[in-house]
Ligand binder design. Structure first.
Ligand code: FES
Length: 281
């Protein structure tokens, strides 16, 4: 009797021939295939139902045959084998890695704690991102739950105490370059109204926003995954991050998308039509 591989090869050979036919001929062949499959599925469904009632061992024995199993799987009459939990968690993390890596971040699996918990660690930029809790809940946690419905808790193992309990006000992105003096960063007429101006200071990137005579200064980094904001669309005093659309009120730095986070702001003073910023409160 031919084995599974030989049988599948034969099907593939005919499918390759049919794929060369013109569309109307292909439709006839596909229609015939579907009709035969429907007949087989109806017969198999009835067979399984009867076997289940008469003898489960006989059914298990039959399904152990690779050809029977492959055909039942094709007709969705048996469930596909469940991958181990660790493999499904890794698949979920692989799915979110490209997004995290595009922001110089990453995630690693720390531990699986049956029956319902997975512990992960955000690394790189993501570990210190003011919105790392959000990254966790929105991206990583959702991906893990999609692949592993039995997991209901995804917790972050902390590299440092701020990862699980983010307090934007306590984080200085410029900790190594902090200054407490007022620094002139622009002339006031360089800061156009209804937009933002990006300025660099000692390797730090800031954005300035002016409404009349009032100028606001924020770190040029979205509280979601740290993308620069200067190319974000500004409308009605609200800036939209070009990366994933988080929105912020430029008057206050308040995030409208995720109320738990906000832009990091810095004191500003205007003197002789010059804008001065102090990076340390
Ligand atoms: S980095 Fe994602 S919305 Fe800004």
């Amino acid at each position: 009797m031919p084995n599974l591989e030989e049988l599948v090869q034969e099907i593939n050979r005919f499918e390759a021939i049919i794929s060369e036919w013109d569309e109307s001929q292909r439709c006839v062949a596909v229609g015939l295939k579907r009709a035969i499959e429907a007949l087989h599925k109806a017969a198999l469904t009835s067979l399984i139902k009867n076997l289940k009632q008469e003898s489960m061992p006989a059914l298990r024995h039959a399904v152990a045959d690779e050809v029977v199993y492959a055909v039942l799987l094709y007709h969705e009459l048996v469930k596909p084998p469940k991958l181990p939990l660790s493999q499904r968690v890794e698949t979920a993390l692989e799915e979110v890695r490209p997004g995290l890596k595009s922001h110089n971040g990453d995630v690693e699996l720390v531990a699986i704690k049956p029956p319902d918990t997975v512990e992960i660690r955000l690394i790189g930029t993501c570990s210190s991102c003011p919105a790392s809790t959000l990254t966790l809940s929105q991206g990583v946690e959702q991906a893990i739950k999609n692949h592993c419905p039995e997991i209901t808790k995804v917790v972050a193992a902390s590299n440092n105490p701020t990862v699980n309990n983010v307090n934007v006000g306590l984080i200085s992105p410029f900790s190594s370059k902090i200054t407490s003096t007022w620094i002139k960063v622009a002339a006031i007429d360089q800061v156009a109204e209804f937009s933002v101006l990006a300025v660099q200071f000692a390797g730090n990137s800031l954005i300035l926003h002016r409404q009349g005579a009032t100028v606001k200064c924020y770190r040029n980094a979205c509280a979601h995954l740290g993308s620069p904001l200067e190319k974000g669309k500004v409308e009605n005093g609200i800036i939209t991050c070009p990366s994933h659309g988080f929105q912020y009120k430029l008057e206050t730095g308040e995030c409208l998308t995720a109320p738990d986070v906000s832009l990091q702001s810095y004191p500003v003073k205007i003197k002789d039509d010059k804008v001065f910023v102090k990076l340390q409160n």
